[in-house]
Ligand binder design. Structure first.
Ligand code: PCA
Length: 218
């Protein structure tokens, strides 16, 4: 770890629901192997479990350990037509399908008594603009849904809010949903739409770049 560089945490999710791949993991794997970043940073990455009983504690452990200035959580959405920047996490777990451990909470909060919703602290419009400048396309979405991705964002935003103010400015924390991979659609694991891992990785790279600039006050 280099103490002078902004610390950035990017996470993906493991495969879930009838697929052996996850578009977010494919994009993160590509991203980690691309050396020529336009900004200097200390980039950390991790894969989160698609398990409601484990995701929060695992993520909080990473956040407490690394205290990143920028947190970009990635997940796959079979409904996403393009790279999607989520604006809100809601205090709800209402799973349409079971998670990888067989749990399926219905109408339960992420945090009993917690705020109904939390705004992403990523500069989502600047992130979208940077993706477009890089030749890609991205859209904003109001909420990350009510499956696993949403509690991950909620927990990370809660961590950012509760972080002692003497540690500096509030971290930029957000969630990006990526479309399924063409290979998932070809196998019939997902119905489509799809986007290549290369295109998703290029968009995530632009988003991370914009977030690091923003955290540095540029
Ligand atoms: N997408 C799911 C959970 C894991 C993932 O990659 C979601 O959108 O909640």
């Amino acid at each position: 770890m280099n103490a002078d560089l902004p610390r950035v945490l990017v996470t993906a999710f493991e495969p879930f629901h009838a697929s052996t791949e996850n578009a977010s993991l494919a994009a993160l794997t590509l991203l980690r192997s691309s050396g020529d970043w336009p900004v200097s940073m200390d980039l950390m990455s991790a894969t989160l479990p698609v398990e409601t009983d484990r995701v929060g504690a695992g993520l909080l452990g990473l956040l407490d350990e690394h205290d990143p200035a920028v947190v970009v959580l990635l997940g796959e959405s079979a409904k996403a037509e393009r790279v999607t920047l989520e604006r809100l996490a809601v205090n709800l777990r209402d799973f349409g399908i079971a998670d990888n451990a067989g749990a399926q909470p219905v109408d339960l909060p992420v945090e009993p008594g917690g705020p109904a919703a939390l705004w992403s602290t990523l500069p989502v419009k600047a992130c979208r603009a940077r993706v477009e400048q890089a030749g890609g396309s991205a859209e904003l979405s109001l909420s990350a849904g009510a499956y696993l991705c949403n509690p991950a964002l909620y927990v990370a935003l809660r961590w950012a809010m509760d972080r002692p103010s003497d540690r500096g400015q509030t971290p930029r924390v957000g969630f990006v949903h990526l479309p399924s991979l063409p290979t998932q659609v070809a196998r019939g694991d997902r119905r489509g739409p799809s986007l290549s891992a290369e295109q998703s990785a290029a968009a995530v790279r632009a988003i991370v770049w914009a977030a690091v600039d923003n955290a540095a006050g540029h």
